[in-house]
Design a binder for this molecule. Sequence first.
Ligand code: PEP
Ligand code: MG
Length: 562
Amino acid sequence: MNVQAEPAAPSDQRETVLTGRSIAPGLGLGRAWVIGDLLKCSGAPQAISPDDVDHELLRLKQSVEETLADLDRSAARIEFEFNTALGGIFRAHGVLLRDLFTSGELDRELRTSLLTAEAAVRRVFRRWYKQFEAVENPALRERADDMLDMGRNVIRRLRGAAADGPQAMPEQSVLVVERLLPSDVVRLPKAKAMAVVVESLGQGSHAALLVREKGIPTITGIPGIVSQVTNGTELLVDGFQGKLTVAPLPAARVEFQERVDRWRATLARCLGACREPARSLDGQLVRVEANIGIRDDVELALDNGADGVGLLRIEHLYFARNSPPSVAELLGELKQLVAPLRQRPVTIRLLDIGGDKPLPYLRLAATPNPVLGRRGVRVLREYAQLARTQLAAILRLAQEHPVRVLIPMVTLEEDVAAMRALFDAVSTERKVAQPPEFGAMVETPAAALAIPALLKHVDFLCVGTNDLAQYTLAAARDDATVNDYYRDSHESILRLLRIILADSKQRSVTLCGELAGRESIVPCLLQMGFRNLSVAPTAIPTTKAAVRRINIGEQVAAAVDA
Ligand code: PEP
Ligand code: MG
């Protein structure tokens, strides 16, 4: 997400009701905080007087130097965690930026146009972009996007971190964006974001499930909204029905506020019993844990009565940085994250990047079909140091907190065998007498249908229906155009779940896809035999309430005719 936040201006728009699709349920009202491309600022550029030129040039020089230092730091960490070639991309960016800066064009633009440094950078980088785009050499043409990225980085520094991005959002805002990446959601302050409106977003995309996890009402499917509303316009977002009201009249606002009050009262009633363990009517205990990524999620999980953390997506710690963390940094961040959980168990999944979860600072070679390409465990196997850093930090954490280690996106038995060997080797090197339990995600049809082979290497399994649905129904989770095909409760998925349970014998199996928190499906999941569910923190109270309403009786998983 690139950021362009013009100062809030009152809107003179008429009330308009637009219909899109729901991504995260809930109701939110606030003022639009529109984020577009930093390099495509539509507002009038700000003029300066000739006396200000030296000051602006100094700001520009400092921002370029900071950007260069950051590129150097990123290159060093990526060389260590990945390889020299990938780190080299950042070094090459540094050389390019230095060359562009020393060419004097930025200085000239600023002096002749008498515009602020931001405006000069915008003009010059757009010009350079066009030149790169026009060249015949494909390698040089590819650098056009890198060029834009560097321009955005320089502008970000000129504006200062505090003015940049969602952090700068005023209280009671509704974020309006064209695209939303998981790394954007990680940085989104829940206390300020009343709702999110995204032009286009896949129902099962990681960004979508993160807004659901954070409990931020979100809608999508309203093309062009970024250019239709201005900053400060009042918006009502109905995340249940996928409706957006722009510039509501007083009557609509009052009616909406009444709905918000009723909805909050219902939530509060559900929250009442959520701290107690969930038992079905016939007394069977069901663990309801939380899926988390960042500190806000932990607090929400505890408030909502999580019995533990069934899935800690470590990638969020990577998204929130400009380069991969060292063992000490990662350990420090993990410790902070788990501390409020006291001794509640935490299952930590190793980095699952690729597909719709790119690491913003890592330029893996383009692949024709990212969700079918290098993702999850495939990346970990290729870059062993990346996995070693995480394992070392987790093993150290395991000395003070009950943790389990989980491998993402498994398809082959070799994936699990190779990661198990690495896990055992790091445990031995670090003289860990009692390593934590080691498990694998079952989120591809190949893994679901080969449970006996996987069980040779793992202590437990976690089933991820988000990816299982994507790969079984051949519908990319981040592709809004195939939302109708992306059905995680389709009969094929339920059948795979029965097979997984029947084949995993007595081994612990947690269901941690979004399906686990779908109230209407919970009875079916319990009757199949699931007793460990891990859900979005906001879904814990309703999931526990669903458990308490049913009489599970005999489980039927064993009856699968696989
Ligand atoms: C899943 O695929 O169901 C899962 C839990 O993992 P993620 O959503 O992070 O891909
Ligand atoms: Mg997954």
